[in-house]
Write a protein that binds this ligand. Structure first.
Ligand code: PGA
Length: 266
């Protein structure tokens, strides 16, 4: 398990050279606030190299890509391979985000191939899984998650110890609704239990409308290893505040008792 909790900033297809730089500079100026958190900064591919340069030498910050194309798939025009990401100095890669599953029609088979490529090249995959609102209403959440996790069950212990599973309910991503705490908690327990049978410890983060206001409640879940943040990562100020709140909980642990009873974050 990671020593520190993770904050994964997923900037998606946002920003410009100037605005991404402004975020990275703000983070660098405030890096002392990241002392108990690991930040994984994931800009669009075209800003990766610049960010890697900017964050060089800061142990608490790693740079991640938002996707890759698998070496063992035909095609590649317009895509980026795991090998290229490693060549740049990228450490993490988001795989299977719900926007890619939906808009680019990525299925579990393709996602498994991408995972294999990432692992083979030594990248740390952040695998996004999550149910749609329809699946949630039907009571199929755990069934859907089990299917999305199937490609991972044979991974080795050493890969498992680095891998990050991002539980991102599709209906919570890009909405203003964070999933209720009790739902997040049962999903984390479910995911961890899938791997525990083979003694693999997996890092699980939550994503979907994470903000400064719901973060402390989320962090009261002891089994949660961090968060993945979309819109709130487009402001250096907000991102640093999210890192501060995340690490603050780890340092003194005293938020947990106050909010454990509040089982709905919506
Ligand atoms: P959001 O996005 O925080 O804007 O909901 C999260 C994500 O898509 O990873």
């Amino acid at each position: 398990m990671n020593k520190h909790r993770l904050v994964i900033a997923n900037l998606k297809m946002n920003g410009s050279r100037k605005s991404v730089r402004a975020i990275s500079q703000f983070i660098i100026q405030n890096k002392s606030r990241l002392s108990s958190v690991d930040l994984v900064f994931c800009p669009s591919d075209i800003y990766l190299e610049r960010c890697i340069e900017d964050f060089k030498g800061i142990d608490a910050i790693q740079v991640g890509a938002q996707d890759l194309w698998s070496d063992n798939l035909f095609g590649g025009t317009g895509d980026t391979s795991a090998e290229m990401l490693v060549d740049l100095g990228v450490s993490y890669v988001i795989i299977g985000h719900s926007e890619r599953r939906k808009v680019h029609q990525e299925n579990d088979q393709l996602i498994t191939k991408k995972l294999e490529s990432a692992v083979a090249r030594g990248l740390i995959p952040i695998l996004c899984i999550g149910e749609t609102q329809e699946e949630r209403i039907k009571g199929d959440t755990l069934k859907v998650l089990a299917r999305q996790l199937r490609g991972l069950l044979n991974i080795t212990e050493s890969v498992a110890s680095k891998l990050v599973i991002a539980y991102e309910p599709v209906w919570a991503v890009g909405s203003s609704k964070c999933a209720p705490l009790n739902e997040v908690n049962s999903v984390i327990q479910f995911i961890k239990a899938q791997f525990r049978q083979s003694s693999k410890e997996i890092n699980v983060v939550y994503g979907g409308s994470v903000s400064e206001t719901n973060l402390i409640q989320l962090m009261s879940l002891q089994a949660l290893n961090g968060v993945i943040v979309g819109r709130a990562s487009l402001s250096g100020h907000r991102l640093v505040e999210i890192c501060r709140l995340t690490s603050g909980v780890e340092n003194n642990g005293n938020h947990a008792g106050d909010v454990r009873a509040m089982m709905s974050v919506v």
